[in-house]
Design a binder for this molecule. Structure first.
Ligand code: C2E
Ligand code: SIN
Ligand code: SIN
Ligand code: FE
Ligand code: FE
Length: 358
């Protein structure tokens, strides 16, 4: 460890040098000129600085001021050499960041003890800082791992519901992408856009509880079958709700509300307009658009223009008209997403259909 010693008097320098030599592991780096010492400090990191006050300018106080301004010396201890009686100087030095004082005339035993103490304190401080930094890094790393794992688990769960009635598992990916585009078009904050992208894929998770005889029925549903199918919203909510994860809370809300209609004629609760959470309103729109433009066991895929007419027709009745506007303002992007996440692309990419779902 290097100990910086600055004193314009050669005899004093020699005395401090000898004392430093008695500290284990320490070597003195001595300067008679304080400006040269400061220059040295720009490139070096002494473990401690010992500075006389009475020197040609910059004097000891000025040295302390400039030394402390250098970022890497923010916590380096400074011992100032001063006369016992000079309390005004001592107060100023403390204010500027001096750590302790060495009295003039020199008392070797006291000086050595003070040097030791100040060094020890600095060492503890550094250990604590290192430890805190290390722990903070660990926490950051673990948190990222947990978030990534949570997202993965959720996407895998979302696929579960999809396997049943879609061929390639691309529906949830598409409708999540559409949902984000709508959120962006509506001017929602980026965090909300990201949130809906991650939470939307779980909207139909409750379909795991709907029997194949209903879900895969090639024709229209009977009223009692429809009533059972409608339960996928409530069941999805039951599966997802009650978590402390904001992502799962949003997903639960979407599962429950993605079949509500703006005029209150939807299910399961008949919520109306702003009474439907905005994420639910967005997913209602993206879900229907994708269902219309895709093949289902009970319907062929509609061409784009017919689907768009159907969406426009639903503004104010089925859908939040402001969100239909947002959807239309993002139409180029939505058409591009439809191509990027198309079932054909998934198959051409050579993956077995379901593998592309996430
Ligand atoms: P899905 O097939 O993904 O459809 C999602 C939503 O898109 C439907 O919600 C509906 O609002 C809209 N949609 C789908 N196809 C059409 C259509 O041809 N015309 C219009 N105007 N809208 C359409 P919905 O009706 O509440 O159905 C929810 C889910 O229930 C559907 O998801 C599907 O899995 C099932 N389902 C609905 N109707 C039938 C049916 O007639 N037969 C069978 N097998 N399943 C059905
Ligand atoms: C699906 O086809 O699995 C999803 C249908 C829906 O979004 O309601
Ligand atoms: C938004 O932030 O654009 C949605 C607000 C709302 O319609 O509830
Ligand atoms: Fe649904
Ligand atoms: Fe859906």
């Amino acid at each position: 460890m290097q100990i910086l010693v600055v004193d314009d008097g050669q005899p004093a320098l020699l005395i401090y040098k000898a004392m430093v030599r008695n500290l284990p592991g320490c070597v003195a780096v001595c300067f008679r000129s304080s400006s040269e010492a400061l220059k040295w400090c720009e490139l070096n990191e002494p473990a401690m600085a010992i500075v006389d006050n009475e020197m040609p300018p910059p004097d000891g106080l000025e040295f302390v001021r400039r030394f402390r301004r250098m970022e890497k010396h923010a916590n380096t201890p400074i011992l100032m050499i001063s006369a016992e009686k000079d309390s005004e100087l001592r107060h100023k030095a403390l204010e500027l960041g001096a750590s302790d004082f060495l009295s003039k005339p020199v008392d070797v035993i006291e000086c050595t003890a003070r040097m030791r103490n100040v060094l020890q304190l600095a060492r503890y401080r550094k250990q604590l800082e290192d430890q805190a930094g290390f722990l903070a890094g660990q926490v950051r790393e673990r948190t990222q791992e947990i978030v990534a794992r949570e997202r993965e688990t959720i996407l895998r769960l979302a696929k579960l519901a999809e396997y049943r009635d879609t061929e390639t598992g691309m529906h949830v990916a598409r409708m999540a992408q559409y949902s984000r585009a709508i959120a962006r078009g509506a001017g929602m904050p980026t965090a909300d856009q990201e949130m809906i992208l991650l939470a939307a894929p779980m909207h139909d998770i409750g379909k795991v509880a709907v029997p194949d005889s209903i879900l895969l029925k090639p024709g229209p549903l009977e009223p009692h079958e429809h009533a059972i199918m409608e339960q996928h919203t409530v069941i999805g909510h039951k599966i997802l709700h009650g978590s402390s994860s904001e992502l799962l809370q949003t997903a639960a809300e979407i599962a429950l509300t993605h079949h509500e209609k703006f005029n209150g004629s939807g299910y399961p609760n008949g919520f109306k307009a702003e009474g439907i959470p905005v994420f639910g309103r967005i997913c209602a729109l993206s879900d229907v658009f994708d269902a219309l433009t895709s093949v289902r066991p009970y319907k062929p895929a509609w061409p784009l223009d017919r689907a768009l007419r159907e969406i426009s027709r639903g503004a104010g009745t089925d859908f939040d008209p402001r969100l239909v506007e947002a959807f239309m303002s993002e139409l180029n992007e939505i058409v591009r997403l439809r191509q990027e996440y198309s079932d054909e692309e998934a198959i051409e990419a050579g993956a077995s259909p379901q593998e592309r779902a996430g």
